[in-house]
Design a protein around this ligand. Structure first.
Ligand code: 8X3
Length: 268
């Protein structure tokens, strides 16, 4: 999507750190920022799957020869690696301007009482502890220059908890609560906190949730016209490219045929 010259100007030369950039919303957001800035950005692309990040970086460099990219294998759930990762960023990428806390996952839909401990730990470790720790680590950089954007990926699950979401929903509610606290604590700064809460988005999300059971994953979107990663990426980039005095604090994003976590119109 074209955001026009204002957006390109506002993004010009900014350093943007994206977690979970190897696929889905993270990857689409990287592409969207590159396009909106016409390549005049510095992207720090992080995820666990380095091969996918390399492929994304190659594709971005081909389209935007002027773009600056730093690709790093980085797992936000490994909390003790976060501070060294940020401290050891190459000088050209160290003064981060925008943090996109995108990495997150759902594991299973088991009812409470039957949830695997490893799934509980996995979701909290990435969605909550990783997000909080990375934000805490980057925040001093923003405070030092009194500017910066934190974009937290929440979910309809954080607003409208549903059966089978005994852990995923609370993790996203935690993201919402954390975002609120941050926005209030930073009220006397020029640091902006944006939270984007998607409904159903067809990405690897459900494949991960159902542990590679493709047919179960496909059933989630059956008969619907779900959002795709690019739809959310457009909203993230739109938010970040608003005037400095404007913060799109919270955005709930559904496909046209979704009205709550469980209200979905299926044309079948
Ligand atoms: C993803 C949407 O409805 O599966 O965050 O929780 S949902």
């Amino acid at each position: 999507m074209s955001y026009g010259s204002k957006a390109a100007e506002r993004l010009g030369g900014k350093i943007i750190l994206i977690t979970g950039a190897s696929a889905g919303i993270g990857e689409a957001t990287a592409r969207e920022f590159a396009e909106a800035a016409n390549g005049n950005v510095k992207l720090i692309l992080t995820a666990r799957r380095k091969d996918k990040l390399d492929a994304l970086a190659n594709s971005l460099s081909e389209t935007y020869p002027n773009i600056k990219l730093h690709v790093a294998e980085f797992d936000v759930s490994k909390l003790d690696t976060i501070a060294p990762f940020v401290a050891n960023l190459p000088a050209e990428f160290s003064d981060i301007d925008v943090l996109i806390n995108n990495a997150g996952k759902a594991l299973g839909r088991d009812p409470v009482g039957e949830i695997l401990t490893e799934d509980i730990m996995g979701m909290f470790q990435t969605n909550v502890l990783g997000l909080i720790t990375l934000t805490q680590t980057v925040l001093p950089i923003f405070k030092a220059k009194n500017s910066g954007d934190i974009v937290n990926l929440g979910s309809i699950a954080g607003r409208d908890p549903y059966p089978g979401g005994g852990i995923y929903c609370p993790t996203k509610a935690a993201v919402k609560s954390f975002s609120h606290v941050l926005r209030k604590e930073l009220i006397n700064t020029r640091i902006r906190v944006l939270e984007v809460d998607p409904g159903n988005v067809e990405t690897e999300f459900s494949i991960v949730r159902f542990k590679n059971d493709i047919s179960k994953a496909k059933d989630v979107y059956k008969g619907t016209e779900p959002l795709v990663a690019e739809d959310i990426a457009e909203i993230i980039v739109f938010g970040v490219t608003r005037k400095q005095n404007t913060v799109i604090a919270e955005t709930l994003v559904f496909s046209t045929n979704q009205a709550s976590a469980v209200h979905l119109y299926r044309n079948e």
